[in-house]
Design a protein around this ligand. Structure first.
Ligand SMILES: [Zn+2]
Length: 171
């Protein structure tokens, strides 16, 4: 038990007090010496969440929800918003892609901690560059109606390890 104490302090410094508390609790619950594998498991479970904020001033006007049953699946949320609405970084991140395609129109991909990415499609224009670090709440783009759309919309997508996740956000 004593041998693992310095490692736990390192973990706390790097990842945060809540995970450290979880490991301490695990430690208390286990009567045997906590194994490295157990620590790693606890870390991967505790560290996976990223708290995203709504990427718009108002995220209430959803024109199409995330839907894996739809064919083809809808891997994000569509927000119906006027062209030129500000898009805010929903968490700290780094701009990975600024590009355009026939279907997505002008789009941005942002990287976040713990292998999360967020995607912003059908933009009017981007206000960031590839490699730029952005803070939560920073304006990164203006919404538009580019690509294949039926009207002005922001398609917002969340991926973890390149797999679509159901987007959730705090208002
Ligand atoms: Zn969509």
């Amino acid at each position: 038990m004593d041998m693992s104490t310095p490692k736990l302090i390192d973990v706390e410094t790097k990842i945060g007090p809540s995970i450290y508390e979880g490991i301490v609790m695990l430690n208390r619950l286990s009567f045997a010496k906590i194994s490295t594998i157990t620590v790693l498991t606890a870390l991967s479970l505790s560290a996976q969440a990223v708290d995203f904020n709504c990427p718009l001033t108002d995220c209430s006007n959803i024109s199409a929800p995330y839907n894996q049953e739809r064919k083809p699946s809808h891997n994000g949320i569509d927000f119906a918003v006027p062209v030129g609405s500000e898009v805010f970084a929903p968490a700290d991140g780094v701009i990975k892609i600024v590009s355009q395609s026939h279907s997505a129109g002008q789009y941005i991909v942002m990287s976040h901690k713990n292998s999360y990415e967020t995607l912003y499609l059908h933009l009017q224009n981007s206000l960031v560059e590839v490699g730029q670090k952005v803070k939560s709440g920073q304006v990164i783009a203006k919404t538009g109606a580019t690509g294949i759309v039926t009207g002005p919309v922001l398609h917002w997508e969340v991926r973890k390890n390149n797999q679509p996740q159901e987007p959730s956000f705090a208002h």
